[in-house]
Each structure stands twice: as structure tokens, then as C-alpha cells.
Write a protein that binds this ligand. Structure first.
Ligand SMILES: *[C@@H]1O[C@H](CO)[C@@H](O)[C@H](O)[C@H]1NC(C)=O
Ligand SMILES: *[C@@H]1O[C@H](CO)[C@@H](O)[C@H](O)[C@H]1NC(C)=O
Ligand SMILES: CC(=O)N[C@H]1CO[C@H](CO)[C@@H](O)[C@@H]1O
Length: 459
């Protein structure tokens, strides 16, 4: 693609990106990174750091263009970044939050941002920014920097890479280092995931496609779910945070190792057990639940992309499990792990990508295809591998206290999505769920259940 100087580049969105462009207006796929500071942040510095990140990752500097005649979307990428951090003073923050609840401020801001949907009504007359930044001043000398990004350009791996680069820039400034941090750079907006599937791995015989589609869509009527609280009211995303100390986390990880499974399988298994138990059946009762495991495909693509390459390069594998109650955590986790691995060995993350995108869009167009029009497609979604956050060296110097990263799910999606990180050896997991389809009390109980089951599993 030749480029005239100064003229923005553009490319049409790929198929997976398009399904996110369709999902985001309904409320699924708003990625938020929220950082808590206890010292006043240097706004001009942060703003130039964010602009620098946009320059080194042009997809984050892109705008989303909607063509209403064809219903298509494209990324239009200007040459330079004009990102502005929007500041909120303590009065306006207090007005926004209007909450005297026991929820910590970082989490309240995170929830507020997950529910501010700038992409709700795609507007053909103006291109939409895909990366927004706000700084909220709170009572009691606290500040929250919130980065809000359209998920089609930033999956979880990308959000984590972005976070590390921002922290590296803050460290560089703090240490007054002359040489600059080597950022991972993309020269231009790269291709969507479909265009990077190694040849031969994405094809699927026509008949198999039909059979699998039928399987997926019939299944979704039979799938059990966490009992709904309110199916009628408009939805938003809310978060329950689960944290575990380093000792317990270490024991869980070593049990995962000795069982040759990943943490994601243990989390999903604990979710299945906790959900089934929440129904309090008098006797054994079989129920079929769906789990979605999201895998980062970067290392399997052609060309291979670095784990820090910004964009959306995850694929989903949907698997179902029959639960009757009384399952052993590790036995179930092994079942969950092996059904995921079997699908992965059959390349289902590539062959079924189009089918799952298609079904997601079908559900968005016809919510009635899902139980009580809930738009739930699985009980729980997990990421194959957790994120390992680097140690935070900026607490003393910058008052950088804490952060949470996750994405909204109140449009089409799972009943609960787990965003897990291991930070200083401690498991820190944000569970995002649609409210009031599920109430906060219900979800806190459900997550307490998950934690209890994991702790029992290492007792
Ligand atoms: C939501 O975000 C937009 C920017 O996209 C901002 O203009 C608006 O003030 C925000 N709304 C609230 C209620 O924070
Ligand atoms: C919905 O949630 C509220 C608050 O937890 C609870 O009082 C109420 O009983 C729930 N309703 C249903 C139908 O589950
Ligand atoms: C298949 C199934 O069990 N669906 C249930 C999901 O939850 C709603 C409300 O709790 C039930 O009405 C559905 O039957």
C-alpha cells in the first residue's frame, strides 16, 4: 500500500475484528485498564507517553469508520496522535460515582468506564477514536487513570503489553534515564488474524462446518446457566475481584503443574462446581455447561507475532461439560483441560473461528436464540494462560498503588469472564459479569464459592 505523506492509511477490518465491531455497540468488548495513584500524576508526561505508545502502535491511533450503506467498518490511521487525557475533578468524579458503597474507588471507576460506550451508535458521519484516556481525581488524594480501548484493536495480551510499556515509560522518567525504553514497534496497522492463519490449518470440509454449526447452535438451547436475577432491565458490566495470597497461589499453581493442567482449567472447573452448587438441587442432577477458553494465537500465526504485538489475535474454543454435583476439583479440571487440548490439537481455534464469529453475530441479531434473551453463550470464559505482571517498582516514587484490566461483557458473552493475573506471586482475578442479569450479591457468592473450592482443592 503506497502512502502519500500526511494522508491517513486505512484498511477494512478483518472477520474477527468485524464481529467485535458488531458486539461492542451492545456492550461487549470495551477493554479498560484502570491505574490507581496516591500521588498527583504528571498529566503532560502521561499524555505524551500515551501518544508515544500510539505512534509505536498505529492501530491504537486508528479511528473506526462506519459505512452505513454496506454496514462495513474500516480502520483509518492518521499520521500523528492527538490523544487528550480528559481530567475529572473530585466534584465531577463524586457526581459520577454517587456511591457510598463498600466497593473500592478503583473498581468503581473501572465499572464506570466499562459502561461508558462511545461506540454504541456507529456514526457514518464521523470516525470514532478507539483509544480514550481519562484521569479521575477522587476524595482523599487518590487518582485513577483509565484507558478505554475498543477490543477489536486490543485483546488481553495487547492490553498487558501496553500496560508494561506504559510502566516502562514511567520508570524511565523516574530514573531520569537518558537512553529511552525500547518499545515494541509496529510500523503500520497489521493484518487481522484470519490473514495470518498458517496455510492449510484454517480450512474445514464443508460438511464438517454444517455439522459443527448445528452442534453449536442446538447446544446453546440446552446449556445450563447461572440462575438469572433480572432479565428485563438494561444491562451493564460489573466486576468482582478475587485475590489470593502468595502461599495459596503457589500451592494452586503447583497442583496444576503436578496434574499437568493450566490454571485456567482449574478456574473453569471451580466455576462449574460453584454454579451447580448454587442451584441447591436436592439430589444428583446432571446439567450441561459451556466453557469458552480464549487462546492467544500470536505464536501460532504466519508470520509469528511477538506476544507484545498490539491488535486482536485471540481465538475461542467452546467446550461443554456435564456436571452432576460432588465432582472433585482436580478430576474435573483435568477433563476441562483435556477437552480444550483435544480441540486445540484439531486446530479448532483456526477451523471454527468463522463459525463462532457467525454464531456470535447471529445471537446479537436474534437475542431470542439464547435462554430468556440473555445473550449468554457460555457459563464462563477463561484465558488459556494467566498474565504474569512484572513487579511494581513505582509504588514509592509515583504512588502507583494498584491496577485492574478487563473488558465488558454485558452485550453477548459468558455469564462471567475471568481475567486472571499473577502479581508478585499472588493470584488477582477480575470476574466481569452482566448486571442486573445477575445481582452483585449473587455474583459475590458465586466467586466466594470459586475461591472456597480452590482452597479446598489444596487443603
Ligand atoms: C464517556 O466518554 C466520553 C468520551 O468518549 C466522554 O465525553 C463522556 O464524558 C463520558 N461520560 C461519562 C458519563 O463519563
Ligand atoms: C435478585 O437479587 C436480589 C438482590 O440480591 C435478591 O434480593 C432477589 O431475591 C433476587 N431475585 C431473584 C429472582 O433471584
Ligand atoms: C437450559 C437452561 O437450563 N436454561 C435456564 C437458564 O436460566 C433461566 C433462568 O434462570 C431458566 O429459565 C432457563 O431454563
Amino acid at each position: 500500500m503506497s502512502q502519500q505523506s500526511g494522508a491517513p492509511n486505512s484498511r477494512a477490518v478483518g472477520a474477527t475484528e468485524l464481529s467485535w465491531c458488531r458486539a461492542v455497540p451492545g456492550g461487549t468488548g470495551i477493554t479498560v485498564l484502570a491505574l490507581l495513584f496516591s500521588k498527583p500524576p504528571d498529566i503532560p508526561f502521561l499524555q505524551s507517553a500515551l501518544r508515544r505508545l500510539q505512534s509505536s502502535h498505529p492501530i491504537l491511533n486508528s479511528k473506526l469508520r462506519f459505512d452505513s450503506s454496506s454496514g462495513s467498518f474500516s480502520y483509518v490511521t492518521p499520521q500523528s496522535s492527538h490523544l487528550q487525557i480528559r481530567p475529572f475533578d473530585p466534584q465531577s468524579t463524586a457526581q459520577i460515582l454517587q456511591s457510598h458503597s463498600s466497593i473500592p474507588p478503583l473498581q468503581l471507576i473501572l465499572e464506570h468506564e466499562l459502561n461508558n460506550n462511545s461506540w454504541q451508535n456507529p456514526d457514518p458521519s464521523s470516525d470514532a477514536d478507539l483509544f480514550l484516556a481519562s484521569l479521575y481525581a477522587l476524595e482523599g488524594s487518590l487518582w485513577v487513570l483509565a484507558l478505554r480501548i475498543h477490543t477489536s484493536v486490543c485483546d488481553r495480551a495487547a492490553a498487558s503489553a501496553l500496560m508494561s510499556e506504559l510502566v516502562a515509560l514511567m520508570e524511565e522518567k523516574e530514573e531520569n534515564r537518558a537512553e529511552s525504553v525500547k518499545e515494541n514497534q509496529e510500523m503500520e496497522v497489521s493484518l487481522g488474524i484470519e490473514d495470518c492463519i498458517p496455510s492449510g490449518q484454517g480450512s474445514k470440509p464443508f460438511w464438517a462446518r454444517g455439522v459443527d454449526m448445528l452442534g453449536y447452535s442446538l447446544n446453546s438451547f440446552r446449556l445450563a446457566n447461572l440462575s438469572f436475577n433480572d432479565t428485563a432491565s438494561p444491562r451493564q458490566s460489573r466486576v468482582v475481584r478475587m485475590r489470593m495470597n502468595a502461599e495459596d497461589t503457589g500451592r494452586i499453581l503447583s497442583r496444576c503443574n503436578s496434574n499437568e493442567i493450566k490454571l485456567s482449567a482449574a478456574l473453569a472447573a471451580a466455576g462449574l462446581i460453584s454454579c451447580h452448587a448454587s442451584k441447591r438441587f436436592p439430589d444428583e442432577q446432571w446439567e450441561k455447561y459451556a466453557v469458552v477458553t480464549l487462546m492467544d494465537c500470536r505464536s501460532a500465526l504466519d508470520p509469528v507475532l511477538s506476544s507484545k504485538h498490539i491488535g486482536f489475535y485471540h481465538s475461542a474454543i467452546l467446550h461443554t461439560h456435564d456436571i452432576k454435583g460432588g465432582e472433585d476439583l482436580w478430576e474435573l479440571a483435568k477433563r476441562v483441560h483435556s477437552s480444550f487440548v483435544n480441540s486445540k490439537n484439531k486446530n479448532k481455534h483456526f477451523t471454527d473461528m468463522a463459525d463462532l464469529n457467525f454464531l456470535m453475530c447471529k445471537a446479537i441479531e436474534n437475542p431470542g436464540l439464547t435462554p430468556s434473551s440473555s445473550l449468554r453463550t457460555s457459563l464462563v470464559s477463561v484465558f488459556e494462560d494467566p498474565i504474569f505482571d512484572p513487579p511494581n517498582k513505582l509504588k514509592e516514587a509515583l504512588g502507583f498503588e494498584d491496577f485492574i484490566g478487563c473488558a465488558s461483557v454485558h452485550g453477548v458473552g459468558p455469564s462471567v469472564a475471568a481475567f486472571d493475573t499473577i502479581r508478585d506471586g499472588e493470584l488477582d482475578c477480575a470476574f466481569v459479569y452482566p448486571f442486573p442479569l445477575f445481582s452483585r450479591e449473587q455474583m459475590s457468592d458465586f466467586v466466594d464459592g470459586i475461591k472456597g473450592i480452590l482452597l479446598q482443592g489444596i487443603a
